[in-house]
Ligand binder design. Structure first.
Ligand SMILES: *Cc1c(COP(=O)(O)O)cnc(C)c1O
Length: 352
């Protein structure tokens, strides 16, 4: 008998690499290439280290209220956490307690099965079709909860609000989580359904569209009832989740909507320009509703291209598993200059 027999063994999620390289073009973790709102820098400059003596506000009141105001909901309908990964993890732990399998697509954010495993939640993956589309009718079976990333990652594709509604209509007995990490880049939000369905939880992040991945801020919006259950679980694990600086800078970000809209529009413009360039190079990819592309090439393997790009200090993401996406590259949208450099590098690689 060894203590190791009593260990909770898990196969962890592997986040995208954060290489310690200077002058790299980093297109591998869907960060925003532009800085956060000027007001964020301003608040940061005014921060006094002396205040660090004190615990932060466990209720995260300022940021919760700013988000409630921004989305026109009651503060009791907002849950804030340490990035949406934390929010999703708390939601899994809170809502998926039935013993029945939680459903999510087979091609989606690969953290979902990891949370299910670490919490001992049974799950079943639902195949997307050959074009990677999600079909709502596949979610009309017994389940202990449903998770849909919308737009989906890494496919960049969107399910319509009607599709989400169809899933909700068939599943009043389980909590439906819609992970909207990328919705700001031209997707349609399910937030309008929150007032109709008290079992819908919409999850958002500051990491992509708000240029604040380093501050770890995420949130969820749902019925006050859902949020109260999540809050009870959070306060049973760690009262002080967000640190002081994340709270103040996050609040500043929400208050500068003009900058936010400008940045998101810029990323979308670059995305829609360079999709044409990639297609000219022979890549096959759908129109993206996110801040990244999901592209495959009929002549060059994804692994080859990734390796060759890496030699040139250009980082993109490639998933070896599952098999059906192993020949795709996930390429974050950078600045126009970065995308220009990417296209140039790809041309050189393909010319051998
Ligand atoms: C990036 C991402 C997240 C996690 O974002 P954080 O807020 O940085 O934890 C969650 N879901 C999806 C689909 C993502 O792509």
């Amino acid at each position: 008998m060894s203590w190791e027999q009593n260990v909770r063994c898990v196969e962890p999620y592997v986040p995208g690499e954060q290489p310690k390289v200077s002058n790299m073009i980093k297109l591998n973790t869907n960060e925003c290439p532009y800085p956060p709102a000027p007001k964020v820098q301003e608040v940061l400059s005014q921060t006094d280290a002396e205040r660090m003596r004190l615990y932060p506000d466990p209720k995260i009141t300022d940021l919760t209220e700013a988000l409630a105001h921004y989305h026109q909901v009651d503060p009791a309908q907002v849950f804030v956490g340490i990035g949406s990964d934390d929010v999703l993890s708390v939601a899994f732990l809170t809502f998926f307690h039935s013993g029945k399998p939680v459903l999510f697509p087979d091609i989606t954010y690969s953290f979902y099965p990891v949370w299910a495993d670490v919490y001992g939640i049974p799950y079943a993956t639902v195949p997307v079709d050959e074009a990677f589309q999600i079909h709502p009718e596949d979610y009309k079976r017994e389940n202990g909860g449903i998770v849909i990333a919308n737009p989906n990652a890494p496919t960049t594709l969107e399910l319509s609000t009607e599709g989400i509604r169809e899933i909700l209509n068939a599943n009043s007995d389980s909590v439906v989580i819609v992970d909207e990490a990328y919705v700001d880049f031209g997707g349609t939000t399910a937030l309008s359904l929150v007032s109709e369905y008290d079992n819908l939880l919409v999850v958002r992040t500051f990491s992509k569209s708000r240029s604040m991945a380093g501050m770890r801020i995420g949130y969820a919006i749902g019925s006050a009832k859902l949020i109260k259950y999540m809050s009870d679980v959070k306060f049973s694990i760690n009262s002080y989740t967000l640190n002081r600086i994340s709270i103040t800078t996050g609040t500043a970000s929400v208050q500068d909507d003009a900058y936010f809209k400008e940045i998101v529009a810029r990323v979308m413009k670059t995305r829609d320009t360079y999709v044409t360039e990639l297609r000219k190079l022979g890549f096959v990819l759908p129109d993206s509703k996110t801040n990244f592309y999901f592209a495959t090439h009929p002549k060059y393997s994804a692994e080859f291209l990734m390796t060759k790009l890496r030699e040139r200090n250009i980082f993109v993401r490639h998933f070896k598993k599952p098999e059906c996406i192993s020949n795709y590259l996930r390429i974050s949208i950078g600045t126009d200059e970065e995308m220009e450099a990417l296209v140039k590098a790809l041309k050189e690689i393909m010319e051998g």
